[in-house]
Design a protein around this ligand. Structure first.
Ligand code: IPE
Ligand code: IPE
Ligand code: MG
Ligand code: MG
Length: 320
């Protein structure tokens, strides 16, 4: 699977990997097995990379920075465990999800365990700001999820609701990664805000692309199911753009009435794929990617900035 070239921070990412492996080494074999499966299954490690690169502007990597990078990946893993349970997803990173093998209670508790470990790792920074940032992020992610689940008719979502939803579930954590890197490395206040803004915009572009790949991606390269968002009742940007330009599509009425046959979903997904909606959604992803780059324009020039600029292109162009 092609991933982004993080050679600049390769050694530090290796140290993060080591910390994640340590986390899995508990003295109760069933839990050790589950944690090992979760924490050693790869993934792009984008979020720890964001911490490391943001900190790289301000000098040599500290031990605390590695802990924070491991903390954000642990938090990310916890949200995936809960997300797959809620979505009833069977595949993640090419492997069966926890919820395919374990009762829901176990899956919930393992997610909570990881949230706790994430907070423990974050506390190594000995910073009130850091603690507040992590706590607020977990609450924001849950706030977004609860709102989308309890939002009455899922087919009536507005663009504003969509934007908040993807901020809450994804971009808020990206913003936390870059801000946390800035905090732990002692960045000046103004630069900390710019790095946060970079992370937020990058996260928006990333999630829109994820939502597009659910329509046009490949299950093998993504390592997770495609074509499932709409079937789950999740209206994302491609569908939103499609319904905006095709207000008379009969599927819209059927969906609202809840009387949709399985093959009707296949047809609707085909119509969305063939319409201009994918290009329209990509346009928004590119807009956020550009915003991310603009946030970097006054930050110190150098290797970290170069990689972060490339990353803004990668998150939109990726197939994985
Ligand atoms: C998946 O994130 C969840 C979303 C926010 C779409 P990633 O695509 O970063 O997942 P991994 O960690 O690389 O598997
Ligand atoms: C991201 O959204 C989920 C979290 C932030 C937990 P998705 O539901 O789109 O993620 P995938 O597609 O399952 O990876
Ligand atoms: Mg999901
Ligand atoms: Mg998705």
């Amino acid at each position: 699977v092609a991933t982004f070239d993080f050679s600049l921070i390769q050694d530090d990412l290796q140290r993060v990997e080591h910390k994640l492996h340590e986390l899995a080494a508990v003295d109760f074999p069933p839990l050790a097995g589950i944690l090992g499966q979760l924490l050693k299954s790869g993934g792009k490690r984008l979020r720890p990379a964001l911490v490391l690169l943001s900190a790289d502007f301000y000098g040599a990597t500290r031990d605390e920075t590695i802990s924070i990078a491991a903390a954000v990946e642990t938090l990310h893993t916890a949200t995936l465990v809960h997300d797959d349970l809620i979505d009833n997803s069977l595949l993640r990173r090419g492997n069966p999800t926890l919820n395919t093998n374990w009762p829901s209670g176990v899956v919930v508790l393992v997610g909570d365990y990881l949230f706790g470990k994430s907070a423990e790792l974050a506390s190594r920074a000995r910073s009130i700001d850091m603690g507040e940032l992590f706590a607020r992020t977990v609450a924001t992610i849950c706030d977004g999820e609860v709102r989308s689940m309890l939002n009455g008719s899922p087919w009536a979502i507005t663009r504003e609701q969509y934007d908040y939803r993807i901020y809450a579930k994804t971009a808020s954590l990206f913003a936390t990664c870059t801000e946390a890197g800035a905090i732990v490395a002692g960045a000046p206040e103004g630069e900390r805000a710019l790095l946060r803004e970079y992370g937020r915009s990058l996260g928006m572009a990333f999630q829109i692309t994820d939502d597009i790949l659910d329509f046009v991606g490949n299950e093998k390269t993504l390592g997770k199911p495609v074509g499932s968002d709409l079937r789950q009742g999740t209206v994302t940007l491609p569908a939103l753009c499609y319904f905006e330009s095709h207000p008379d599509d009969p599927a819209l009425r059927e969906l609202s009435s809840g009387a949709v046959r399985e093959d009707a979903f296949d047809d609707l997904i085909d119509r969305i794929r063939a319409s201009g909606a994918i290009a329209a959604a990509y346009k928004d992803a590119h807009r956020f990617s550009l915003q991310a780059k603009e946030a970097l324009s006054t930050l110190p020039q150098g290797r970290a900035r170069r990689v972060l600029l490339d990353l803004a292109d990668f998150v939109v162009d990726r197939r994985t």
